[in-house]
Design a protein around this ligand. Structure first.
Ligand SMILES: [Zn+2]
Length: 126
């Protein structure tokens, strides 16, 4: 299919691997104007492969490059502004909980370029 249409296949982008995948929904222009591309990216989620791993109890650790990522004014990094390096590690949630101390809400809000690095190191239990 080429050109514009009044219908489009909805896709999401995986927050773990960055691939786009079909959600199974079809989007229709509310006035049936032929303005839509074949695919429309509407959000983020987990692709089928990473959803399966999540459902099996795995946590995905996604490496980001803080120098190439864009931090918000509040110092937070979002999936949309993170520059992922492509390195991904999956570990069982129970192992993750034994290794990492969950950050407090206040600490999470203060994550910034240097803080993000400290969080990684400081969260490790000795
Ligand atoms: Zn994925």
């Amino acid at each position: 299919m080429s050109g514009k249409s009044y219908a489009s296949l909805e896709q999401h982008q995986c927050v773990v691997c960055g691939c786009t995948y079909d959600t199974g929904a079809v989007l229709l222009h509310n006035r049936l104007a032929k303005t839509l591309e074949q695919y429309t990216l509407t959000g983020r989620g987990l692709c089928p492969e990473h959803q399966k791993l999540f459902d099996k109890g795995y946590v995905a650790l996604v490496e980001v490059d803080p120098e190439l990522s864009c931090f918000g004014p509040d110092g937070n990094l979002t999936a949309k502004t993170a520059h992922c390096t492509g390195t991904i590690v999956h570990i069982l949630r129970e192992v993750f909980n034994r290794i990492f101390t969950p950050p407090s809400r206040r600490r999470t809000a203060r994550l910034h370029r240097a803080g993000c690095h400290r969080f990684t190191e400081g969260a490790l239990r000795s």
